[in-house]
Design a protein around this ligand. Sequence first.
Ligand code: NAP
Length: 248
Amino acid sequence: MPALTGRKALITGASRGIGRAIAEAFAREGAALALVATGTDKLAATAARCSELGAAAVHTFGLDVRNSADCDAVVKQAAEKLGGLDIVVNNAGVTRDNLLMRLSDEDYNTVLDTNLRGTFNITRSATRSLMKSKCGRVINVASVVGVVGNAGQANYAASKGGVIAFTKAVAKELAGRGVTAHVIAPGCIDTDMTAGLDAKVKEEALKGIYLSRFGKPEDIAAAALFLAGESGSYVTAQVLIVDGGMTA
Ligand code: NAP
């Protein structure tokens, strides 16, 4: 039987990159899916692919995770359509890189509001459903930058470090209800987020990666699948670094 048969998962940032790969991996394992992103065109393409791959059901929602009232409404609708929620993957995220001296309030707030507040909004909205599930899982996609920092990314580092601390608190708070909470901290992954990096920056980053390549979205999806299924049921409050050895 596919590993996620009977499981209902909500995934944010599912239109592209890592979120799309996670959605496809969960679809292959028979999960029923609620897919979230701001734009719905690319989301529709992800949904169509997930149906082909074997998802038990697929629903899409255009949502800005920064808006808490909208998060409440979408999570409620998703739980109604799927008949509950077992897994929440907070993956939606943005960067607005700049040196600290030049970092604007707007760029600081956009990154913190999307990456950290968005994770809080969705997790809070889903808590009641997750507690009702017999196998509740929160899977938050942070970054190695939230563990070790990075010059030019103070806002992003603060947001992802916050996601890590937030997840550990959630793991403690919900453990008594059988809900686990995890962080996946990717290194450099080939997606739209890294596509615009300067060739020299990429070359320099590659020198520090033991496995001498950027990761693929599927590398992160494999980690998410492990944590989401029965295989990950005795793992909680951990930060799973998937970075090819970049921070080792
Ligand atoms: P991506 O290709 O840029 O995709 C970002 C996704 O987030 C898109 O689906 C986007 O939706 C969604 N999103 C952005 N802002 C949103 C908002 N306010 N509300 C709802 N959805 C929103 O990024 P990615 O590389 O796959 O990154 C996914 C996650 O992994 C992020 O949290 C990122 O920080 C983290 N990460 C990435 C890397 C990397 O090297 N790529 C490394 C470490 C961590 P739309 O398509 O509608 O804009």
